[in-house]
Design a protein around this ligand. Structure first.
Ligand code: SAH
Length: 329
């Protein structure tokens, strides 16, 4: 089967059967490191909404995990006078249960197609796109082939499959050396296309935060984590988290193609820095002197280039008539 089908089936089982976040789980995300992350995103949205003339907008989040970012963002937005209805796109019943206590009570969606059709949308996706299935192509002496997963008893292995038509290979990557791999995420492209069309028609903004690069580029980034350690992606399907780097270059191009106004991508550390994370951490530390060390540690993890500051990137897609967003220099 294509790598993408393997990844989709493995992740559907994985997310349906557990809460993977936190110290007892497999990985930790930015909103789980500190409330400051969601608060800054909430203030970013509230600032845009204010400068757009305070329209009746909806908050929408894709893949909200435990709902931590939504709770922190909604609290910060409320302080700025923004109290939107909440729409969550989430396929995992386990995680929907964790998100159900968000106030106001969320409306759940299986995919973005059923999000409200009217009024501006304020959309956030943190570490959502990296969980979507990627296809892989692999180069051999004769040309490019699709990379597929072969199965022998309980052993899964990536192998070269059928040749693909030349037209599916990005032109500037075509003459790569044998063994080269190209990834592409059709699901991410389709969601960005659909959401950009909505923003253009309805107004609003979408903030995408994830780890990735500005492609298209050569290289394999499919990876697995289990218990906070890297694992072989083809071991134990459905029992470990599979992700791939997000190609921000391709997503930004898709958004522009459909009339969206694009800012970024910029590094997460720069985005949070410009929006005042250090000042917020100092203010909280003055209020709670016993939490000084914890806040300094959170600031470091979210912004230091050796932690999440450089690998994670932030991309904003806006309705053409909306103001320029803060945080992009
Ligand atoms: N945004 C959260 C969680 C990230 S984990 C955080 O930052 O902590 C990925 C999230 O995306 C989970 O909530 C998972 O259930 C959801 N998810 C993964 N694939 C999905 C899909 N195809 N459709 C909708 N949600 C999906």
């Amino acid at each position: 089967m294509p790598i993408a089908h393997f990844m989709a089936a493995a992740n559907a089982h994985y997310y349906a059967t557990r809460d993977p976040l936190g110290a007892a789980g497999d990985f930790v995300t930015a909103p789980e490191i500190s409330q400051m992350f969601g608060e800054i995103i909430g203030l970013w949205l509230a600032d845009l909404w204010d400068r757009a003339g305070r329209p009746a907008a909806s908050y929408a989040e894709l893949g909200p995990g435990r709902g931590t970012l939504a709770r922190d963002a909604l609290r910060a937005m409320a302080r700025a006078g923004l109290a939107p209805p909440v729409h969550l796109v989430e396929t995992s019943a386990t995680l929907r249960a964790a998100q159900a206590s968000i106030a106001p009570p969320p409306v759940f969606h299986d995919d973005v197609a059923t999000l409200p059709q009217e009024g501006p949308l304020l959309v956030v996706a943190n570490e959502f796109f990296d969980a979507l299935p990627v296809y892989q192509l692999i180069r051999d002496a004769a040309g490019w082939r699709e990379r597929v997963v072969a199965c022998q008893d309980t052993l899964f292995l990536p192998v070269a499959g059928k040749p693909v038509p030349d037209a599916v290979v990005p032109e500037d990557l075509f003459d790569a050396p044998a063994g080269s791999i190209i990834e592409s995420c059709a699901a991410a492209v389709a969601i960005v296309r659909a959401m950009t069309q909505r923003l253009v028609r309805q107004g609003g903004a979408m903030l995408i935060i994830d780890y990735g690069h500005v492609g298209p580029a050569l290289g394999e980034t499919l990876q697995a984590v289990r218990g906070h350690a890297p694992a072989n992606p083809f071991d134990a399907p459905g029992e470990q988290d599979l992700t791939a780097h997000v190609d921000f270059g391709t997503l930004a191009a898709m958004a522009r193609l459909h009339g969206g106004k694009v800012s970024g991508p910029v590094a997460q550390g720069d985005f949070l820095g410009v929006l005042g994370l250090a000042e917020r951490a100092s203010a909280l530390a003055r209020l709670h002197p016993d939490r000084g060390e914890e806040l300094a540690d959170a600031h470091r993890r979210l912004t230091h280039p050796a932690e999440m500051g450089a690998l994670f990137r932030v991309l904003a897609i806006l309705a053409p008539g909306w103001p320029d967003p803060a945080g992009f220099g």
